[in-house]
Design a protein around this ligand. Structure first.
Ligand SMILES: *Cc1c(COP(=O)(O)O)cnc(C)c1O
Ligand SMILES: [Zn+2]
Length: 397
């Protein structure tokens, strides 16, 4: 495997055992825990000016802090997304600045590309012929795109409620699509059954592959650089399985440990009231979530009733000094429309949970007038054009 110098192995977050990337490609072989790529930061020599000298064109510009070399990477120059200043929103929320990290500007229109580039590179380096996963939609589309690029076959299980764009594009990328009646849990069960029957499939499922959160950590690297190394007061993140939140917190710790910044970045989880296991766990002071009984939200990307990595999510929120907030679907759709109409930025339905959550946090006095609040726009709004347009229709527009 074409690994980088500082990448020293995969550490199990439960039993602490370390594995060679060639001997473990999914969960911990000993205990089934989540594996986390570990870096020996003493081997990383990276300064602010080194980074300033590099073009801002792809997340692989942080090559020292990714597991595989840029030469080995299955990449379409994902990442390097814009951070858009939104003064009207800042005024409405009563804060100094609102910035939107616009992940809609990725090859398949969402931040799932940052995870897919690393996970598919790992699969390719491991000699896989097929990658497979269940997803709410966007991760499946991203995996099928990167698999196509690496000439691997992809097997994608989506629930019937996944939006049309993601289903169609899996096929367009040449992926093998299975649509499963019901919700994400049903797609997950069908995927597990198929995986048991197909030994050659390499899973790139959320927190099964060790690499998706490691790819997504680059969002916070970029953010800190784009903010001229000021730490924002809040990053509000639409949270499903928590891959991005856990990844960003990891990235912030790495930059702090490298001496590039002094502080961690406060991470706020935003969810819909129709499925808010993480928010409830934060409110109840738990270390692990309780599965949500009747998930029901229009925000398919964050309708994850039983997020297996919740201990990592909750740790990240507490350690970073962040928080959690849930708002209703109606408020979320209203926020998507408000951001599009007043700031121009197009946010998908799931993504708008971040905007709606930020408004909720502002209303309950979480922010001060000097604060900088970053909204993570995880994906392009036009993937959800029908949902957003129907919301206007429901209001008689
Ligand atoms: C996957 C997804 C999320 C949730 O991401 P996690 O990292 O699993 O919490 C949020 N928004 C969109 C658009 C997504 O596709
Ligand atoms: Zn273990």
């Amino acid at each position: 495997m074409d690994t980088t110098e500082a990448f020293v192995g995969l550490d199990c977050v439960d039993c602490g055992e370390r594995f060679e990337p060639s001997e473990a490609t999914g969960r911990c072989p000993d205990c089934g825990g989540i594996l986390d790529p570990a870096y020996d930061l003493d081997r990383v020599d990276l300064s602010r000016s080194d980074l300033a000298d590099r073009p801002f064109e792809s997340m692989w510009r942080y090559r020292e802090l990714l597991p595989f070399t840029r030469e080995a990477a299955v990449t379409m120059d994902e990442g390097a997304t814009q951070l858009v200043e939104c003064p009207t929103l800042a005024e409405e929320m009563g804060v100094d600045r609102v910035l939107i990290k616009d992940e809609g500007r990725n090859p398949t229109g969402t931040f799932k590309d940052r995870g897919a580039t690393v996970a598919v590179t790992a699969a390719n380096e491991a000699g896989a012929t097929d990658v497979a996963l269940a997803s709410a939609g966007n991760a499946g589309q991203a995996a099928s795109a990167y698999a196509a690029r690496a000439d691997l076959d992809s097997h994608v299980f989506l629930p019937s409620r996944a939006n049309f764009v993601t289903k169609a594009m899996v096929n367009v990328h040449g992926g093998d699509l299975t649509v499963v009646g019901g919700r994400i849990g049903d797609a997950g069960e069908a995927f597990e059954e198929a995986l048991a029957e197909n030994e050659g499939w390499h899973p790139v499922q959320t927190f099964v592959t060790p690499y998706r959160h490691d790819g997504k950590k680059t969002m916070v690297y970029e953010l800190l650089e784009q903010m001229d190394w000021e730490t924002p007061d809040a990053v509000v993140y639409p949270t499903g399985g928590g891959v991005g939140l856990v990844g960003m917190h990891k990235g912030a710790k790495e930059f702090r440990d490298l001496g590039l910044v002094d502080d961690l970045v406060p991470m706020y989880a935003a969810q819909s009231e129709g499925c808010a296991p993480v928010v409830r766990a934060v409110e109840e002071g738990r270390d692990v979530h309780e599965a949500w009984g009747n998930p029901d939200t229009i925000c398919g990307g964050i309708e994850i009733p039983d997020p297996g990595a919740s201990p990592l999510i909750l740790d990240a929120i507490r350690e970073s000094g962040g928080g959690a907030v849930a708002t209703t679907d109606d408020e979320i759709l209203e926020a998507a429309v408000a951001v599009a109409a007043r700031a121009g930025v197009e946010m998908g339905a799931s993504c708008a949970a971040a905007a709606s959550g930020a408004w909720g946090l502002a209303e309950r006095g979480e922010f001060g007038p000097d604060d900088t609040v970053v909204l993570l726009n995880t994906g392009a709004g036009n993937k959800d054009a029908d949902v957003l347009r129907s919301h206007l229709m429901s209001e008689g527009v």
